[in-house]
Design a protein around this ligand. Structure first.
Ligand code: SAJ
Length: 403
């Protein structure tokens, strides 16, 4: 098995394709976006992830990684395309369907098709049905789910070191996929069936979501009772069997804020706690907005500076970011200008720029002039800042770094 076709060159597909290329596989990276294909073929990257630029450059220079718009014949096909929502919290697997259609003409007997995209239960089996319809001539294709589990910011390390769950649509598919991943993963490979692998991935993110919701609910309770939630969590966590996560402005990212809904969609009657946790976390930005409004109403035309826009610390990823939602809501409600400090981006996203009263400013500009500081992301730059500079200002610290 030497030729690999990776479909989808995003946060998961691109690191995977370049890792495989650097391990000596011949890799075709497929993406529907011409800009992405051209960028990668120049040895450059279109997303930020620590050290990914070096890995991609090496992969392209070695001649083992080539990006293309169309798939090619290969031994292994890895699908790493998005699974967003369609409408109200319903999973949209149309990108997986499109990717399956795209690879179908290139499939050969005994090829292995792996779905890495986080998917609702039953999707891997569905791929098997689609391939059966599109290529009735094919005698045997192996199909398995191997959910990606990498943490943005630590992708390259986790891609190799994390344990991987692999579930095929039959035991032969599982076995074939296990032997493929064993070639480049140092973590343990855990074999199961496709449906369990799908739910395992969703469960991991739902577990985290429920636990963050617990912390966020505590922050509302503490706000009501005038108690410092950060101290509360620290104290309660000194119990040997308690490990509360950190409250924040809400839960962002393309995974934890999305995946639990796939479970709710599949088993709405049973998934009650998972649904409420999602609602608690989704409500948190609104709470922060009302805290800022309450503070602003006590001052005359205050200058409000929001620190951080990404969905978590030290990355540039704005997807589903609660910080973005908070800034947008504040800008819509305040007539005055809202300042945003986000050291990881060069320009505001269109959704904020078009509002007309949001400006991206450097920290040195915001700090001396702002009356209200709304800390939304615990970027290192904000943790490091001289505390004297925030003295006398109203600070709304949603991450607990200044408490
Ligand atoms: N957050 C809190 N409090 C905490 C921890 C996180 O408010 O104590 C917030 C973050 O600020 C962020 C959100 O939760 O807005 C999610 O951040 P995260 O770092 O927990 O996770 P992600 O979304 O970056 O990556 C997750 C990971 N899943 C788990 O840890 C179970 C990663 O391993 C998955 O591969 C990834 O989702 C994915 O692609 O599914």
């Amino acid at each position: 098995m030497t030729k690999i076709c990776v479909v989808g060159l995003g946060y998961v597909g691109l690191p995977t394709a370049s890792l495989l290329a650097n391990r000596g596989f011949q890799v075709y990276g497929v993406d529907v976006n011409t800009h992405i294909v051209e960028t990668i073929n120049r040895g450059a990257i279109h997303i930020y992830e620590p050290d990914l630029d070096v890995l991609v450059r090496a992969a392209v220079n070695s001649g083992n990684l080539r990006a293309t718009l169309e798939p090619r014949e290969a031994d292994v096909f890895i699908l790493a395309v998005p699974t967003p929502f369609q409408g109200e919290h319903k999973p949209d697997i149309s990108y997986i369907k499109a990717a399956t259609k795209a690879i179908a003409p290139y499939l050969g007997a005994d090829n292995l098709v792996i779905l890495e995209s986080t998917s609702p239960v039953g999707t891997t089996e569905q791929i098997g049905d689609w391939i059966g319809e599109l290529r009735p001539d094919l005698k045997r294709v192996y199909i398995a789910h191997c959910p990606e589990r990498v943490l943005p910011g630590k992708v390259l390390k986790e891609l190799v070191e994390n344990d991987r769950i692999i579930g095929g649509i039959n035991p032969e598919s599982t076995a074939k996929a296990v032997s493929f991943y064993q070639q480049f993963v140092n973590g343990e490979i855990l074999a199961t069936n496709a449906r369990t692998a799908e739910l395992a991935k969703l469960t991991e993110n739902a577990f985290r979501d429920v636990n963050i919701a617990f912390a966020n609910e505590l922050s509302l309770i503490c706000n009501q009772l005038d108690i410092d939630v950060w101290q509360l969590v620290e104290l309660a966590n000194r119990h040997p069997r308690v490990n509360i996560l950190q409250p924040g402005p809400g839960v962002g990212g393309h995974c934890i804020a999305v995946d639990p809904w796939f479970i709710v969609d599949s088993a709405p009657e049973q998934a009650r706690l998972i649904r409420v946790a999602r609602e608690v976390n989704d409500h948190k930005p609104e709470h922060v907005v009302s805290q800022v409004q309450a503070a602003a109403s006590k001052l005359k035309q205050p200058v409000i500076a929001c620190l951080g826009l990404s969905y978590k610390a030290n990355i540039d990823d704005l997807r589903e970011s609660p910080a973005l939602e908070i800034v947008k809501a504040l800008a819509k409600q305040q007539t005055e200008e809202i300042w945003v400090v986000e050291p990881h981006i060069q320009q505001l996203p269109a959704t904020l720029a078009q509002l007309g009263n949001v400006t991206l400013v450097p920290l040195e500009v915001a700090l001396p002039k702002a009356d209200i500081l709304v800390l939304l992301v615990d970027h290192q730059d904000f943790i490091n800042l001289d505390r004297q500079l925030i003295e006398g200002k109203t600070a709304i610290d949603t991450r607990g770094i200044w408490h």
